[in-house]
Design a protein around this ligand. Structure first.
Ligand code: SF4
Length: 489
């Protein structure tokens, strides 16, 4: 190692963003720009691995894309095929060793010294038990992230000629890009929890977590990688195969919160979906008010919908400081709340003496929301009515989003009656599960486990007990274990 949207408004960590280009002389530059477009999916570390057909070179480190790569790094990596990754840890520590792509060497694909680079977005739901089994059989792990399990499995001869067999038996969420000296491989789990889309360039192909990264690379959007599909891209072109029947469980929170508004996911534009949520929210949770204001940037689209449907004028009550990084990249709880306060400021001239409807995309832990609403109070708002464009989060996510501890979820620990008092607001209204699903084209194709508690794929008991795969789970533990690698931007 040579050295680590949507604009979210709550301290939730996403998994990762991945990007790959095959068949272009400037593949590395395109991946680099694509990672910029995916930066909102992970700010802890970034990396690119590329191949010239003979060897895989790589560069990765802690920090933002802009901090990790110099022009010299990109020049050194310049090759016709490359994959890249931006990461926020859901399993494994925030540590340089866990930065991706992970690179290993084995006899994969008939070559005695094949190099494999892998970039993963998602979370394996049997990671603890699988890792233990592999260790008992002699595997020695270099990192603490679940992605390395896939690398160890790929090294096994039984999967060398049948990768589909490996992925058919892998449990959890995984959108993957794999680079060997000869080809780039894309894989999406049968549920399709995390996004992965395919684009076409002159002479080559692009794969990326979100379509906004394809735009950045100048690629033409082709389609999403289907759940349960493997795509091989090499000098002979592209070949797609199914390794399992698709059982769609698209993460609806990708649409509500994570993905950039200019991206498409599960066949929908993210901004328009959020606007539809706002329209539905206004129907279900009306409020007598003078203005609607969004919590920027996450609440912007839903607030537009709420204003349109309610007839209450939309205004900007908060101004965001664009030079403060996203709150949730901070592992220390105290730093998070401090950062939340300097990130937003209220405009007294807009809210003073007014009954204000504040629209946000979610309240998960509630740690920053309270301080934000208090800014409106201080700025002179007469009444504060909070409207949330998704249902209450009452259950953990084990599929790649960092809210894996029920006790940390405000709606799991407080009743809806208690919450307005806790948040110091006049009223609070959430969108219903039915209302949310009515904005999708096919409601049964979405994972809604964090709202409804019904998990589309089982989660191992050990993983439930140690949801982060043995990594620290509380901010205090993280601070203690992460030590010198704690990121405070
Ligand atoms: S539990 Fe929630 S956040 Fe996790 S995959 Fe399902 S919808 Fe997405």
């Amino acid at each position: 190692m040579t050295q680590p949207c949507s604009e979210q408004s709550e301290p939730i960590k996403h998994g990762c963003g991945i990007m790959g280009v095959y068949g272009c002389p400037d593949a590395v530059d395109k991946v680099y720009y694509g990672l910029y477009a995916l930066q909102h999916r992970g700010e802890e570390s970034a990396g690119i691995a590329s191949t010239n057909g003979k060897v895989i070179q790589w560069h990765k480190g802690m920090g933002l894309v802009s901090q990790v790569f110099t022009p010299e790094d990109l020049k050194r990596l310049r090759n016709h095929a490359a994959i890249g990754h931006v990461r926020y840890s859901t399993v494994g520590l925030s540590h340089p060793l866990n930065a991706q792509p992970l690179v290993g060497e084995c006899s994969f694909g008939g070559s005695p010294a094949a190099q494999i680079a892998i970039a993963h977005n998602g979370q394996l739901t049997e990671a603890v038990s699988q890792k233990r089994l592999l260790e008992s059989q002699g595997s020695l792990f270099q990192t603490t992230c679940d992605t390395e399990i896939i690398l160890h499995l790929m090294a096994r001869s039984e999967f060398h000629t049948d990768l589909g067999k490996l992925f058919k038996n892998l449990k959890g969420s995984f959108s993957l890009l794999i680079l060997t000296q000869k080809e780039m491989i894309a894989v999406r789990d049968p549920g399709g929890f995390r996004p992965l889309c395919l684009g076409k360039l002159e002479g080559g192909y692009v794969l990326a977590s979100e379509s906004c990264a394809l735009d950045q690379a100048g690629a033409e959007y082709v389609r999403e990688v289907a759940p349960g599909e493997i795509i091989y891209i090499n000098k002979d072109g592209m070949r797609a195969e199914r390794f399992a029947p698709e059982r769609p469980s698209y993460c609806i929170f990708e649409l509500i919160y994570f993905s950039r508004p200019d991206s498409r996911f599960a066949g929908q534009n993210v901004h328009l979906f959020r606007k539809a949520l706002g329209i539905k929210l206004a129907e279900e949770q009306p409020a007598r008010a003078d203005i609607v204001i969004p919590v920027p940037e996450g609440g912007n689209s839903a607030a537009m919908g709420y204003s349109q449907a309610s007839g209450i004028p939309l205004d900007r009550g908060f101004i965001r400081n664009h030079y403060v990084g996203r709150t949730f990249i901070l592992p220390r709880a105290d730093s998070r709340s401090r950062k939340a306060e300097i990130k937003l400021n209220a405009i007294p001239e807009v809210v003073r003496g007014k009954r204000v409807v504040v629209v946000d995309d979610s309240i998960v832990r509630g740690t920053t929301s309270k301080s934000r609403f208090s800014l409106l109070r201080k700025a002179g708002a007469k009444e504060i009515h909070v409207r949330i464009s998704c249902p209450p989060h009452r259950y953990p996510c084990y599929y790649g989003i960092d809210f894996q501890i029920k006790e940390e979820l405000i709606a799991a620990t407080r009743s809806l009656k208690e919450m307005p008092g806790f948040l110091d607001v006049d009223s609070l209204g959430y969108l219903s599960i039915e209302g949310m699903l009515s904005c999708t084209p096919s409601p049964k194709d979405y994972c809604i486990a964090c709202f409804a508690g019904k998990y589309p794929i089982p989660v191992g008991e050990e993983e439930k007990k140690t949801p982060s795969g043995g990594s620290p789970t509380t901010p205090e533990e993280r601070e203690e274990r992460v030590g010198e690698h704690t990121i405070v931007v």
